[in-house]
Design a binder for this molecule. Structure first.
Ligand code: ADP
Ligand code: MG
Ligand code: MG
Length: 199
């Protein structure tokens, strides 16, 4: 079973990974965006870590909804509301249980990923974070490691795609040949999740 401490640990680990990889995320956002994805998420996840430490929410649902709200209020740019929605809607789906099973988490995360798709109007193949999130949530019922691998492969597979949503879509065919920054940061979130599960 997964408790509030597990989810706090996940998001704190995600913040550390995002911090370490911020420069790379911003570099990926240079040719097909506005070179701010790393700094956007660095600021957002630092705020998430600080808030979780201060408020120490007692249930998985409360951890995720608080983190999601924090991302929405601190990250300017498309990724803030999208990742914020992912965490808030996943948290809401978990309700107020003190502990949740891995399958309950996988089902809740599916609700969150669907909400991201509804908010941004993107589906897999559009060269967005959904190209990592959807395969990851598909694999999560199997294991955290499988979800990490699926997210990583999904991020790499965005390179030959033409962007159909977000800033990169303004480039049309010129968006081809670059890995999507948001799919790459989504893969980091699943790296952090697998690390947390192994710890
Ligand atoms: P901005 O583009 O506003 O500067 P960021 O650079 O922080 O925001 O985030 C860009 C990432 O957001 C993209 O790489 C893509 O993965 C994701 N993204 C953008 N628009 C959408 C959308 N409509 N649906 C899903 N993901 C999106
Ligand atoms: Mg950007
Ligand atoms: Mg921006």
């Amino acid at each position: 079973m997964l408790d509030a401490a597990f989810f706090r640990h996940w998001l704190t680990s995600a913040a550390a990974l995002v911090d370490r990889e911020a420069e790379r995320l911003t570099e990926l956002d240079s040719p097909i965006g506005d070179a701010d994805h790393g700094s956007n998420l660095q600021r957002g996840f630092a705020a998430v870590s600080a808030t979780l430490e201060k408020e120490a929410p007692a249930t998985p649902g409360a951890v995720l909804t608080l983190a999601g709200r924090q991302l929405i209020s601190t990250v300017g740019g498309a990724s803030g509301p999208l990742y914020g929605t992912l965490l808030r809607r996943t948290g809401k789906a978990l309700g107020d249980a003190a502990e949740v099973s891995e399958q309950q988490f996988a089902d809740a995360l599916r609700t969150g990923v669907d909400a991201v798709s509804a908010l941004g109007g993107a589906v897999p193949g559009d060269k967005t974070m959904l190209d990592a999130l959807v395969p990851a949530v598909d694999a999560l019922s199997e294991s955290f490691g499988a979800a990490r691998d699926a997210a990583g492969e999904g991020a790499l597979a965005t390179t030959p795609l033409q962007a159909r949503k977000g800033r990169a879509s303004y480039l049309g065919e010129r968006s081809i040949g670059h890995q999507d920054p948001g799919a790459t940061s989504s893969a980091l979130l699943f790296d952090a999740l697998a690390q947390t599960a192994e710890a």
